[in-house]
Design a protein around this ligand. Structure first.
Ligand code: SF4
Length: 348
């Protein structure tokens, strides 16, 4: 029988487990909260019965997977996480220092939702691997837990922008969000969690309905042929269909645009994006490309990136130009390059 991982358990699930063993409602709730608090390395307000704790500890495994951490010069930490079956995935703790506009430093944990990915976006390291397997909710939450322990704090921001397309593993991603937001556990505010998708149109409505997490959609190009050349998924769900799905969102949607020199960084591209966004409740994240598998693709010079941003902002589009954090760490899903390819290749 597979061991049940504590990292994948919500308070309700733990409570039910205790109730099934005869605990009163109050004792069951106390146990669930104590287990979540201990796993999140928080103080336990009320000690549950020792016998119940002992039984829970033999039923739920709480060890985290081993991980190697590499610290980039700007403080960003990349973790190569080795899962129980030997699969290696990548997690990143992105560091944003204190600044004039930021009162205190900020950490964002970028988690993977799959090992590899089936979607094959051309600029993406993960896309080259193909799909190895989906991650369980416990494996997703464990990535956050080990980053939090490494940093000695519980970061309030989580992005599903690591390896994998989260909407291809939606149930486990939603379960992981439930666990991450548990008030007695990690207590990550749900609205500070961002799920980034390449645009799996039929699953967007379900995502909107089942979580208050922010949704980010990778757009990257408006012109159909240019978009298809970057994102094979565009063949299945053309832009108009994607636009209608974005228009149905109950909250602001982030549009991700990876800037690639000579591919999608012209004034015409910016104007196309402005036109696409008209009438939509959206913000734009511009991310200069990290070096990836396509050797001939690179980020535009900084002044071109700024000119692109200015053109969008001048047309009234809320736009942020996000500079990459750390060597090989990007802001769009699957752009976390670096150790991943080597690590994954090492499996074979
Ligand atoms: S960019 Fe995202 S969806 Fe596309 S191949 Fe990479 S991980 Fe998959």
């Amino acid at each position: 029988m597979d061991t049940v991982q504590l990292a994948g358990q919500t308070e309700a699930a733990l409570e039910q487990w205790a109730r099934e063993r005869g605990a009163s409602p109050g004792a069951a709730r106390g146990l669930a909260r104590a287990l979540l608090a201990e796993f999140a390395q928080r103080s336990i307000l009320q000690q549950p019965s020792a016998a119940l704790v002992a039984e829970a500890k033999s039923a739920f495994a709480s060890a985290l997977p081993p991980a190697d951490a590499i610290v980039d010069p700007d403080g960003t930490v990349r973790f190569a996480v080795r899962l129980l079956d030997g699969v290696v995935i990548e997690t990143v703790a992105i560091h944003q220092p204190q600044s004039e506009t930021r009162k205190s430093e900020r950490w964002t944990i970028c988690v993977s939702s799959q090992a590899g990915c089936a979607r094959g976006c051309v600029f993406c390291e993960t896309g080259r691997l193909g799909l190895v397997r989906n991650l369980s909710a416990a494996e997703i939450v464990s990535q956050y837990a080990l980053a939090a322990r490494h940093l000695g704090q519980r970061p309030r921001n989580v992005v599903f922008m690591g390896m994998g397309e989260p909407l291809d593993n939606l149930e486990e991603v939603l379960r992981a969000i439930e666990v991450l937001r548990e008030p007695s556990g990690f207590a990550v505010p749900e609205r500070r969690i961002t799920v980034s998708t390449v645009g799996i149109v039929p699953r967007l409505d379900e995502l909107y309905a089942r979580t208050r997490a922010q949704v980010a959609v990778s757009l990257h190009a408006i012109e159909p042929r240019a978009r298809l050349a970057l994102l094979p998924v565009a063949r299945k769900w053309p832009l108009e269909e994607l636009r209608r799905a974005i228009a149905r969102a109950p909250r602001t949607v982030l549009l991700q645009w990876t800037l690639i020199a000579g591919v999608n960084d012209s004034d015409d591209d910016a104007d196309g994006l402005v036109q696409f966004a008209q009438g939509l409740d959206v913000r734009v994240n511009l991310i200069p490309l990290n070096p990836g598998p396509a050797a001939d693709q690179r980020a535009p010079p900084l002044d071109r990136c700024r000119a692109f941003q200015k053109r969008l902002a001048g047309a009234g589009l809320r736009t942020l130009l996000r500079m990459p954090h750390g060597q090989g760490i990007g802001g769009a899903c699957g752009q976390l390059a670096g150790a991943r390819r080597t690590a994954m290749a090492n499996r074979h």
